[in-house]
Design a protein around this ligand. Structure first.
Ligand code: GDP
Ligand code: IMO
Ligand code: MG
Length: 519
């Protein structure tokens, strides 16, 4: 056969392999087609399939197809082997609209786990708000991954990750996470991008965070001391420094010196070694150069080309600077609005808005918590649920599910489905409770909306509904029908009270430990 027609034949074989991958979910069929194409290609280039045998554009195209096929195969393989995770989504309903996983309560609801599990079905996974105050734990085959800045989709080899403009980035923490991933054998090369518009968190922002908390004394917020508030304050004061500024060293240096000087004028006891910091950041600038991009352009063009995009919310609605229990909140808007402002996409691109809610409720840090249980129930939830902060290791305060809070959260975010996590933690309790209503403790009158006044919120009386518990271990349940009747009844009642379908139910920390309901 003439060399050119042979190549055309091989090209067609690769094309077929790609088409099979795109049109079917059968690894076997795709792998067979890919194998045949690779064999033919290798046969045609006896040195090695990757050797530079020919410079023709056809050969380049073949190599590109091989790479593309490889990535798609890896993705399909991940689908198949990821511990049943492929069954947690009805992919036939998939569109290229943007889906969002949000924290519906006070954080730590289990967002990271859902993002990790859904991640394989998406081409892009993005963070849009917060910073390293977030702590998302993922357990894969008993290996624990803790992410603070890197999006949880990173564990899927074909998923690209984006840190959007709304995030505040502490670069040393970000690079530490990348190093940890490399050591764990996860290749992030060419798969993670940071917005050139995202703001930087410096060590001195963290020192200021600590100083502010000390100054507040017993009125402290209970922050994570990751410098989040001070970094967003720099951003809003318009003397913040952005990730992209690192690529224009003269400009960066000028802004850095000015920012340190203005911060030191407010905190004279602050100790900042400017020259040393500049040295560190010069190195960081070169390390992140290729990762720094215009993510607005990237995300919108990916969307235009049909890519599926998943947003990983950080923090949670009750910590939102506008909607949360101010001032006991974080300094960003972790509710649905942050997707628009923190990624630069329009509202008509949004689709699934998935609220993550614990079967009970936890909170780290200070502030009102109407359903908090400072008793044996709280002890059970904290101990069985291993409720210790991923970021700070602090014990989380525990209480019952708060329906007025969840109704408020659903109103703000418009959840299309809920992910109810940690139902397994109830096992062994004789009864479980749901806080269904707030009433004014003085007048006994019902309170129909979330009070803005903390004084009022601190003293609301919560009306509880008691439901029977269960003793069966539910961690091996794989369908809703497997759950004991009392656990099913709890899920139904929560669904009814919040008015949003519960699509996922968490029964353990691992990837396998989730029940999917087609609702
Ligand atoms: P995030 O910040 O919302 O991502 O949540 P965190 O990772 O901070 O905290 C949730 C914790 O609960 C993590 O340790 C998870 O591994 C764990 N987890 C998530 N879902 C479940 C579940 O359904 N059952 C149990 N027992 N643990 C879960
Ligand atoms: P993830 O994404 C739980 C809380 C802090 C503190 C308040 C302000 O893991 O759910 P900050 O450091 O942001 O200024 O602290 O907000 N907080 C969180 N609590 N989970 C989080 O994130 C949180 N992010 C911030 O504990 O009460
Ligand atoms: Mg967390």
């Amino acid at each position: 056969m003439h060399v050119n027609s042979k190549r055309t034949k091989i090209s067609n074989m690769f094309r077929t392999a790609i088409q099979r991958l795109t049109s079917s979910s059968s690894i076997a069929a795709a792998a067979t087609a890919f194998g045949a194409a690779t064999y033919a290609y290798t046969f045609d280039n006896p040195v090695s399939a990757s050797a530079k045998a020919d410079d023709s554009s056809e050969m380049d195209a073949i190599k590109a197809w091989m790479k593309e096929t490889d990535v798609k195969l890896a993705k399909l393989e991940a689908n198949a082997v990821s511990s049943g995770a492929s069954s947690i989504m009805d992919t036939s309903k998939a569109t290229n609209k943007i889906d969002i996983v949000l924290g519906a309560q006070w954080g730590d609801e289990g967002k990271g786990k859902l993002v990790d599990m859904l991640g394989m079905h998406y081409d892009v996974c993005a963070r849009v708000a917060g910073g390293s105050n977030a702590g998302h734990t993922i357990v894969v085959d008993n290996v624990k991954y803790k992410f603070h800045l890197v999006p949880s989709g990173i564990l899927h080899p074909a998923t690209k990750c984006v840190i959007g403009n709304g995030v505040v980035v502490h670069m040393p923490q970000f690079l530490k996470e990348l190093k940890g991933l490399k050591e764990a054998g996860v290749d992030t090369t060419g798969r993670i991008f940071i917005s050139d518009r995202a703001h930087l968190v410096f060590d001195f922002h963290q020192a200021v965070d600590g100083a502010q908390e000390s100054k507040l004394g017993r009125n402290k917020i209970g922050t994570t001391k990751k410098g989040i508030g001070p970094a967003y304050a720099s951003k809003i004061s318009r003397n913040g420094i952005r990730v992209g500024d690192l690529q224009d060293w003269e400009y960066f240096e000028e802004r850095f010196r000015a920012l340190v000087s203005s911060t030191m004028s407010q905190y004279p006891s602050l100790n900042v070694d400017v020259e040393e910091e500049l040295k560190v950041y010069k190195e960081i600038a070169s390390k992140i150069k290729t990762m720094t991009i215009d993510t607005i352009e990237y995300v919108n063009s990916q969307h235009k080309n049909g890519a599926r995009i998943l947003v990983e919310g950080a923090n949670a609605t009750m910590l939102d600077i506008d909607f949360g229990t101010y001032p006991y909140v974080t300094s960003s808007n972790p509710s649905v609005g942050s997707v628009l402002t923190g990624l630069g996409v329009s509202p008509n691109k949004l689709a699934g808005i998935y609220g993550t809610v614990k079967a009970y409720c936890t909170r780290v840090g200070e502030g009102p918590f109407p359903t908090e249980q400072l008793n044996d129930y709280g002890e059970h939830l904290g101990t069985v649920g291993a409720e210790f902060g991923t970021t700070t290791g602090r014990a989380r305060r525990c209480g019952w599910l708060d329906i007025p809070q969840m109704q408020y959260s659903a109103k703000i975010n418009g959840y299309t489905a809920l992910n109810l996590t940690k139902l397994d933690v109830f096992t062994g309790l004789k009864s479980v409770f749901i806080g269904t209503k707030y009433v004014d403790a003085d007048t006994g009158k019902p309170i129909h909306s979330m009070p803005a006044s903390l004084r009022q919120l601190y003293k609301v009386k919560v009306i509880y509904e008691e439901l029977p518990g269960w003793t069966e271990d539910i961690s091996k349940c794989t369908s809703f029908e497997d759950l004991p009747p009392n656990a099913q009844a709890y899920v139904h009642r929560v669904e009814e009270l919040i008015g949003v379908p519960i699509r996922w139910i968490g029964v353990g920390p691992g990837r396998r430990d989730i029940i999917y309901r087609d609702v």
